[in-house]
Design a protein around this ligand. Sequence first.
Ligand SMILES: *[C@@H]1O[C@H](CO)[C@@H](O)[C@H](O)[C@H]1NC(C)=O
Length: 182
Amino acid sequence: MLRSFVLVILCLCVASGEESCDRSEMENTICSLCSQRRGGQLLESGHQIAFFAYMSQSVQINAISKYMTFVYDRVETNVGNGYDVQSGNFTAPENGVYVFHTSTTSFDKSYCTVEVVKNGQIKDITFADSWNHDDRAVASSMIILSLTKGDIVLVRVGAKQGGNYLESNQYTRMSFSGFKLA
Ligand SMILES: *[C@@H]1O[C@H](CO)[C@@H](O)[C@H](O)[C@H]1NC(C)=O
């Protein structure tokens, strides 16, 4: 559409044969249209997208099961509305390269594998494991993913879990966060 617009301008200029429509003026017009267009594209795809959510309370091991999605219920930041607090899913609002982080703490003889999953495919795995001792084990993951608009990234229980609970309280927080690289 822009190309035909420029063409129309060029044609009009040629047709009218006016001295005022000289070569440098046309070049200026085209350059300004091009830069406007580039600016527009940048605006269309360059939205800020960033979220941070955590568990408002500890997660009992007997309340979770293999491949269950962790729903981080306390949302601190959700610029761009990609994170859904009902399902725990992050849905990419637009194409881009995204960074995700998750942190999980197992407490007193507990353990849980934690998977970061994109459209059903496991992309990263971490293991909070304090199975053979009291006290905590903190496991975190940072992952960089190239996403297409609509892709879903979530954090879920992996193949193994057992013991008492995963801790999220005044000492540590289970969290899921992410952002789109500018
Ligand atoms: C959340 O993601 C899962 C796995 O991709 C999908 O099956 C489910 O429909 C999604 N739920 C919502 C509410 O988007």
